[in-house]
Structures are given as structure tokens and as C-alpha cells.
Design a protein around this ligand. Structure first.
Ligand SMILES: Nc1ncnc2c1ncn2[C@@H]1O[C@H](COP(=O)(O)O)[C@@H](OP(=O)(O)O)[C@H]1O
Ligand SMILES: [Mg+2]
Length: 266
């Protein structure tokens, strides 16, 4: 039986009172919990399930404690019709992915997994944090990351290491770009922030929680974000399926959108 010793502690009043700081605190608390789960000696599906569940329960409890009036959309929660009604009429909705890159989490010592915490209010994302616990880093709208100048001679496109979409290979050839495979949507978006990649282009399936927090951080950092047709990413919808996304350095967006407009993503 796995032992549970993690205590998230109590957030300081200035953290509780600031949505940006609170989002980052939540993501870090869940990240610490996940590191603890990872040290328990579980493997494979057991480790995946334990991580998903532990981070979800912790975030749900903390949000219920400190934001009792807000709605929550979480990858790991089954949403009832009543929950959905509440979410769609709520002023504030926390959109969380307690563990993004679950597969990579279950393959220690991989570090490409993340915790996503976003806040949607009045039609738009207003705060977000992405914790990458194994890097000891949390990217947050509270202190938007400064994207360094690209160090690449050829553009680098981050793609899923287990299910890279075929059209991204063709896009890479068009841009004379190289593909950089890694797990987790949040890690891929933060790789653009960190100058590990220059773009993340995805289509074929994803949900609001996979992109909300990292998109909030990427926007705050001045990166380009959109759907693959160039339209805006819109959150807190009745149907939370949001299957495609682009996050890139602004100077690449025109060529990426033009390629997709001409060739599609199938
Ligand atoms: N075709 C698809 N349909 C649904 N979800 C997808 C998907 N491709 C990627 N995702 C989700 O996006 C996240 C990153 O995937 P990848 O590492 O392959 O890029 C994963 O989140 P989770 O790890 O939270 O399940 C994964 O479930
Ligand atoms: Mg996810």
C-alpha cells in the first residue's frame, strides 16, 4: 500500500488573494505531490493512475477550500450535467490538467510532464501556470517568462513523441525545420518559451485542459497562439474538445498558417 505523507501547507494571504500567484502555488503543490508519488516505487499503469488521481484530488480539495465559489473543469473529474450548467454560467472557471504527459510521468527519469492550472473569466484566460516539477520550474502569467532570441539555425518544431501528426512532418520539410519529440502539451508549449523549440503545431485531438494553462503563459510571454485555421482558441465551451493548436514565435506564424491553409492537417 502506498504511503501518503504529502502536506501542501497553507498559502500565504497574498498568494490566496492573487489569481496568478494562486495558480502557480496550486501547480507547484500538485507537482510536489506528483514527485512524491513517483518516489513510491509504482510502475506503468499503476504509477499513471496514482499520479492522475493524487494530483486531481489535491487540486480539487485546494480549489474547494480557497475558491469555493468558482467552477472547476478538470481532466480527471467526471462532469455531470449540473456541473456543466454551473461551469457554463460561472463567472470564474479553473481549467486544470492535474498531470499532462501521464505516459512520460510513468517512465522515470523522464522530465517531460507537467501540471496545468488556468483561470478563465468572462470569456478569456486571465491567469495560468505550468509546473514542470522535474525541472524545478513553474511558468506563470504572474511573472511572464521572457523568451530569449532563438538560438536555432533551423526552426525547431515540438511534436508528440508517441503520436506525431503526419502533416507536421510535411510542414517541417516546407520550413526546413527539425522535429523535436517530447511528451506533454504543456511541456511542448513551454519548450517554445524556453528556446528549446520555436513552434508547437498540433491537430487531431486534445481537450481544453491540455492547452489552457500553457496557452495563457505563452500569450503572456508574447508568443503567437491560435487554432490551426488561425482563429482564436476559445475556452469554457459546452464541448471541451479542442483538437488543434499552434504556439510559436510570432515571426513563424504566417508561414505555418499559410502551409496549413494550403495543405490541411489530414
Ligand atoms: N489525438 C489526441 N486525442 C486526445 N488527446 C490527445 C491527442 N493527442 C494528444 N492528446 C493529449 O495531449 C497531451 C499531450 O500528448 P502528447 O504528449 O502525445 O503530445 C496528453 O494529455 P495527458 O497526458 O494529460 O493525457 C494527451 O492525452
Ligand atoms: Mg493532458
Amino acid at each position: 500500500m502506498a504511503s501518503v505523507t504529502f502536506e501542501p501547507g497553507t498559502p500565504a494571504p497574498e498568494v490566496v488573494g492573487d489569481d496568478h500567484l494562486f495558480a502557480a502555488w496550486l501547480a507547484e503543490a500538485a507537482g510536489r505531490r506528483l514527485l512524491e508519488v513517483r518516489a513510491e516505487g509504482l510502475e506503468g499503469k499503476e504509477l499513471k493512475d496514482a499520479g492522475d488521481q493524487a494530483a486531481h484530488v489535491l487540486l480539487a480539495e485546494l480549489l474547494a477550500t480557497y475558491r469555493p465559489d468558482d467552477a472547476v473543469l478538470s481532466e480527471e473529474a467526471l462532469e455531470t450535467a449540473a456541473d456543466k450548467d454551473a461551469r457554463l454560467t460561472a463567472d470564474k472557471v479553473w481549467i486544470v490538467d492535474p498531470l499532462d504527459g501521464t505516459r512520460e510521468f510513468s517512465e522515470p527519469p523522464r522530465d517531460d510532464w507537467a501540471v496545468h492550472v488556468a483561470l478563465w473569466q468572462g470569456g478569456t484566460l486571465v491567469a495560468g501556470a505550468v509546473a514542470q516539477p522535474e525541472l524545478g520550474e513553474t511558468f506563470t502569467t504572474g511573472a511572464p517568462p521572457v523568451v530569449p532570441p532563438s538560438t536555432a539555425t533551423r526552426p525547431r518544431i515540438a511534436v508528440s513523441r508517441t503520436r506525431p501528426p503526419a502533416f507536421v512532418q510535411a510542414l517541417a520539410e516546407e520550413l526546413d525545420a527539425e522535429l523535436v519529440p517530447m511528451g506533454s502539451a504543456g511541456v511542448k508549449m513551454m519548450s517554445v518559451v524556453r528556446d528549446v523549440a520555436d513552434a508547437y503545431v498540433h491537430a487531431g485531438g486534445q481537450y481544453e485542459w491540455d492547452s489552457a494553462a500553457p496557452v495563457a503563459v505563452a500569450r503572456a510571454a508574447g508568443l503567437f497562439t491560435s487554432r490551426v485555421d488561425g482563429s482564436e482558441l476559445v475556452y469554457n465551451q459546452a464541448d471541451v474538445y479542442l483538437p488543434d493548436v499552434i504556439v510559436c514565435r510570432p515571426e513563424l506564424s504566417e508561414r505555418i498558417l499559410a502551409f496549413i491553409a494550403e495543405h490541411g492537417t489530414d
